[in-house]
Design a protein around this ligand. Structure first.
Ligand SMILES: Cc1cc2nc3c(=O)[nH]c(=O)nc-3n(C[C@H](O)[C@H](O)[C@H](O)COP(=O)(O)O)c2cc1C
Length: 250
């Protein structure tokens, strides 16, 4: 049977949170960025910027925001930003004024966020294809204003998440996913009642996965995790931050 390398890499994914003390080469970093650049991009806007963090002091400051050691201890750290600033700066001042209303809409905020996420997932898959491990880092939004300040982001550029890449120093078991029928519906949205028995079955499977896994054993289900998570609103400073950046305003 034919093997498909990209699919094999994707299906072998697990987040890596402990890296060897070995930096990526410039060539590895550039390969990862090129892969990111070839992601599809809404209307060819390329509404993202990736910031590579090579300054150790800055890495420490970002790790302090996230509270996660692998933000500092990795082979390379990227920060993915949604970026409408580049577009805003193009053309004459008249053209720039004409673009303002559009650039402040929720629609263009979605464009920037989706573009950055697609680029990032391409980067992640490329890194994994190179035999490296990755971990996305939404924890940088623990203090989005601080990250904004540290990275000197202009108006209409927002830090979305980090991506830590490096040589894996552990091999965690893969985390199971929801059954295919729960996330893939044919032709129209399947009522929650149809999903529920599958979710309950998944909860049982996940319970035994958590009980059996070699590190970080716990007693938990997906339902318990999600209801816990959304019962506790977090990062409420993100909404005013976006408005301050003149994004997602109308
Ligand atoms: C946008 C995004 C942000 C994330 N932020 C963090 C984070 O701050 N810290 C962390 O340890 N993992 C983070 N993760 C990793 C998820 O926890 C992980 O992907 C999920 O639990 C599934 O596990 P797996 O990637 O090992 O399959 C993030 C993932 C995504 C997509």
């Amino acid at each position: 049977m034919m093997t498909y390398k990209a699919i094999e890499t994707i299906l072998n994914h697990r987040s890596i949170r402990k890296f060897k003390n070995q930096k990526l080469t410039v060539e590895q970093v550039e390969t990862i960025i090129e892969a990111a650049q070839y992601a599809s991009t809404s209307s060819y806007v390329m509404a993202y910027t990736i910031i590579g963090i090579t300054d150790e002091k800055l890495k420490e400051e970002l790790a302090a925001v996230s509270g996660q050691p692998y933000v500092k201890d990795n082979g390379h750290l990227f920060v993915f930003c949604g970026d409408l600033h580049r577009s805003e700066q193009l053309g004459t001042s008249e053209q720039q004024n004409a673009m303002q209303e559009s650039l402040e809409t929720s629609e263009q905020f979605i464009v920037a966020t989706v573009d950055a996420a697609l680029a990032a997932q391409n980067a992640a898959t490329a890194a994994e294809d190179l035999g490296l491990g990755i971990c996305f880092l939404g924890s940088l939004r623990n203090d989005i204003n601080r990250v904004n300040e540290l990275l000197q982001l202009p108006d209409k550029v927002i830090p979305l998440f980090g991506l830590a890449v490096g040589y894996p120093d552990h091999q965690p078991e893969q985390k199971p996913r929801l059954p295919l029928e729960v996330v893939y519906h044919q032709n129209f949205y399947q009522p929650f009642e149809k999903q529920l028995p599958l979710i309950q079955e998944f909860d049982e499977n996940l319970k035994s996965y958590y009980a059996k896994r070699t590190s970080n054993k716990r007693v938990d289900t997906w339902t318990a995790q999600i209801t816990r998570k959304f019962s506790n609103p977090i990062r409420l400073d993100v909404t005013p931050f976006l408005k301050m950046k003149n994004m997602n305003k109308k």
